[in-house]
Design a protein. Structure first.
Length: 398
């Protein structure tokens, strides 16, 4: 009877935890993304800090540089992007009406039936008249504006959370490590640092590749005099983040736009897109983030879950989530140590222990001689803990 009650309690507690986790999924996703962005910012912060910047100044300089860069790109691309987006929408609407009319008048029986079933261009793309009964255009515009504001609001929240994490990461790490037994803290801290470095490197690699894809695709499309070069370049940069079919999604719009004016132009622009994506995949990426073998099965599962929950955004984030989860499993499973932490106590020579003890003694004497009053309690506590660790290591060496 006790076993049945215990199993029931465990099942109920597990289901309750999963329900709570599902209800808080957006907050959890934002928090995990903030940790990821914080890890991506860490090398830039360390760079400023190594240049004798104070810690807080290095932190705010890094985020200020990122915000200025993002704001500058938005300012430079917003006006031509909206102009190209409006022109592309009008061209698609005109092409849709012409194709429907052609099928209705001179098409095959199947095309005529299909043309009769297709909605009108006014119902498909909305109307520009405010007094008209159909306001689909303005509803779509309002929806796009709302989604854009929500996206940038969440992005700002992620950046703020990552700023707080980087500003007080040492305190948070000490707080979390205090919940773990003392003998396991070095291993856990090494695993955490390894995961943070690997995930941060992956994010930086994807961001750099997307920016390079946007720049080189835009430059090439301008040279080819292709219509809507900035819009096509941004589509290609975002499609690059989509696994497996990203390259195909990036090339199809280029091929269609090029064929609309000149078939040869469409083929050349498509070949140029393939060349840029190939260089990013096989030349640039291995230099930024060394290739690792990640499980395609896990990636498929993550894609299905995130695409169903968040649509296109989830599809773009799926590779990051899959890679991050597999990096966590790799570090936790292998229990790797980061930063040169020893794996076996007998790797430490007795002379090294003598040198460490002498250095610890000097630190204690310097802490006492720095002021007439006794040193602060936290300094004394830190030195005492170092003494305790040295004593335990001495036992292992003997």
């Amino acid at each position: 009877m006790k076993a049945i009650v215990w199993y029931s309690v465990v099942v109920l507690a597990t289901n309750t935890f999963l329900v709570i986790l599902w209800q808080l999924r957006q907050a959890i996703v934002l928090f995990l993304l903030s940790l990821t962005i914080a890890a991506a910012f860490r090398p830039l912060i360390d760079y400023f800090y190594s240049r004798k910047f104070p810690r807080k100044l290095a932190l705010f300089s890094s985020y200020f540089l990122a915000l200025v860069s993002i704001s500058g790109m938005i300012y430079l691309t917003s006006e031509p992007l909206f102009r190209e987006l409006g022109g592309a929408t009008n061209q698609i609407a005109i092409g849709y009406e012409n194709l429907k009319t052609m099928w209705h008048q001179a098409g095959t029986p199947f095309q005529r039936i299909l043309a009769e079933q297709l909605p009108s261009g006014q119902a498909m793309f909305g109307t520009a008249g405010i007094s008209g009964a159909d306001s689909g255009f303005f509803q779509a515009l309002l929806g796009i504006t709302t989604n854009t504001l929500v996206f940038f609001g969440k992005l700002a929240l992620i950046l703020i959370l990552s700023l707080y994490w980087n500003a007080d990461s040492n305190h948070f790490e000490r707080l979390l490590l205090s919940l773990i037994p003392v003998e396991q803290r070095p291993s856990v801290r090494g695993i955490w640092k390894g995961i943070e470095n690997s995930v941060g490197a992956y994010v930086r690699s994807e961001i750099v590749q997307s920016l390079l894809a946007a720049v080189f695709l835009w430059f090439g499309y301008r040279l080819f005099s292709l219509n809507y070069p900035l819009l096509l370049a941004l589509i290609g940069a975002l499609a690059w983040l989509i696994p497996w079919f990203g390259g195909l999604i990036a090339i199809i719009p280029v091929l269609l736009v090029g064929f609309a004016s000149n078939p040869i132009l469409g083929v050349l622009a498509s070949l140029y897109s393939l060349l840029v994506l190939f260089i990013l995949e096989w030349v640039v990426e291995p230099r930024i983030f060394p290739k690792r073998n990640y499980s395609s099965v896990i990636l498929v599962i993550v894609i299905l879950v995130l695409a169903d929950a968040y649509g296109l955004v989830g599809l773009i984030l799926a590779p990051l989530v899959s890679a991050g989860a597999q990096i966590v499993f790799q570090y936790v499973g292998a229990r790797r140590k980061v930063g040169g932490w020893m794996t076996q106590p007998d790797e430490v020579d007795k002379s090294d222990m003598d040198a460490l003890e002498m250095r610890l003694k000097q630190i204690r004497e310097e802490a006492i001689s720095m002021r007439e009053a006794p040193p602060r309690p936290e300094i004394s506590s830190l030195v005492d803990r170092l003494d305790s660790l040295m004593g335990r290591m001495r036992v292992f060496i003997k």
